[in-house]
Ligand binder design. Structure first.
Ligand SMILES: *Cc1c(COP(=O)(O)O)cnc(C)c1O
Length: 407
């Protein structure tokens, strides 16, 4: 069985059987080609391509009560505040086991009381609407101002809603980089209104934190959620909530979930330096390394520069090949680019996807609310040269498929 599977794989252009640890020795770090050579490149919204050194940092077994692990938790929590440009006297990091959505759900159900609170949700894509689903599950009152995924939220709608609600909506929530389309929402505009009306702001900055600068003061953010495997480029395993200390203090006893309780999670870390349940030790080791690599790259601005270079390389090449952008360029951020399906009788997304996949490049389908389209990501350990290689593969596939006039 094993032999047959390996023979089957051996015919593929890329080797899927790992040779990294074949002789018990990790492959040495090669900065010119930082990902594992045998892995496909992930032009997706996550999981993402990560550096070899980040993955290697995870190859240790730490006990949760070990002083080394308790120090690691502190370094990760302090490191994320440093990336945010915040100080430990006003803000605190709450790590939450699980993917990014676990952090979003923990924040919403810990911050917004189902007895006495309500959420005004600003949504222009699938990740925004996921917050509505979270509220529905927990019986939290939620009013959604819903926009198309190619459309920015209208600030005057938000202002009217807050002016007319008699203080009902205690919290406002918005996604910063809506990964459905790649649109960047004006969190400073939304946060300014939340401040003017005395409401608390929750920002899902999952796919932007670490890759785009965020001014917590100007955007008046009380809670920001990100995850280990987006722009900081760690491996998946946990999410991180950056909370204003005064806002986190108001979360005591609010959550109706045992595990998804930000206040209880932070209280346990403060009391004994311990997670309440089995911690993601390996992912946290990798994340500490990822934070160091973020700093080496010049911090958030250095990383943004690389993502924008990836974006520009991709967009110039795709335009030349005849593909059309989904979003008007002034609304699009450097995290992910959406394309509409070509109007061509030979077009098939599945064929396009599979042939790129065979060549070692993974792209992403569109999300349900979007017009028919596909997405290509710029985040993760990818460089303009990787994007150029993707473009060469796209060109070959266009010829194979005889689409967009390529023969
Ligand atoms: C990736 C992402 C999430 C979290 O998704 P998970 O699959 O739970 O990690 C949430 N919001 C946005 C905007 C994202 O890009």
């Amino acid at each position: 069985m094993v032999r047959a599977a390996r023979q089957g794989r051996a015919r593929a252009p890329l080797r899927l059987v790992s040779t990294t640890m074949h002789d018990g020795m990790p492959t040495p770090f090669d900065p010119s080609r930082p990902a594992n050579k045998q892995d496909k490149l992930l032009f997706t919204p996550g999981p993402l391509t990560t550096s070899l050194t980040t993955k290697q940092a995870a190859m240790r077994d730490l006990g949760s009560r070990d002083i080394e692990f308790m120090t690691l938790i502190r370094e990760v929590c302090d490191g994320i505040l440093a990336v945010a440009g915040l100080k430990a006297d006003t803000h605190v990091t709450v790590p939450v086991q699980g993917s990014g959505t676990y952090g979003v759900e923990a924040t919403v159900c810990s911050a917004v009381s189902k007895q006495s609170g309500a959420l005004l949700l600003v949504a222009n894509g699938a990740y925004g609407l996921r917050i509505r689903d979270i509220c529905a599950r927990h019986g939290i009152a939620c009013t959604t101002l819903e926009y198309k995924d190619c459309e920015p939220p209208n600030l005057s709608d938000i202002e009217k809603a807050l002016a007319a609600d008699g203080g009902k909506h205690t919290h406002v929530a918005v996604v910063h980089s809506e990964t459905t389309s790649g649109i960047i929402n004006d969190i400073e505009g939304v946060g300014g209104l939340a401040r003017a009306f005395g409401r608390s702001l929750i920002v899902d900055a999952m796919s932007s934190f670490g890759g785009l600068p965020i001014d917590f003061e100007r955007a008046n953010i009380d809670f920001l959620v990100t995850s280990s495997n987006k722009c900081v480029e760690g491996i998946p395993g946990f999410s991180l909530v950056i909370a204003r200390k005064t806002a986190l203090a108001r979360c005591k006893g609010v959550s109706d979930s045992l595990v998804l309780d930000l206040h209880a999670q932070r209280a346990a870390l403060d009391a004994g330096g311990q997670f309440r349940f089995t911690p993601p030790t390996h992912s946290m080791l990798a994340f500490r390394q990822a934070l160091r690599e973020l700093e080496q790259e010049g911090g958030v601005l250095g990383r943004e520069r690389r993502y924008r270079a990836n974006q520009q390389t991709l967009q110039a090449g795709m335009r030349e090949l005849g593909f059309e952008l989904y979003l008007p360029p002034h609304l699009a951020g450097p995290i992910i680019t959406s394309y509409v399906y070509p109007k061509d009788k030979n077009w098939s997304f599945d064929t396009f996807y599979n042939r790129l996949n065979d060549r070692g490049f993974v792209i992403y389908p569109g999300k349900v609310t979007m017009a028919e389209g596909f997405r290509m990501g710029h985040i993760g350990r990818l460089f303009p040269a990787d994007t150029t290689a993707l473009l060469a593969a796209v060109k070959e596939v266009c010829k194979d498929m005889k689409i967009l006039g390529h023969h």
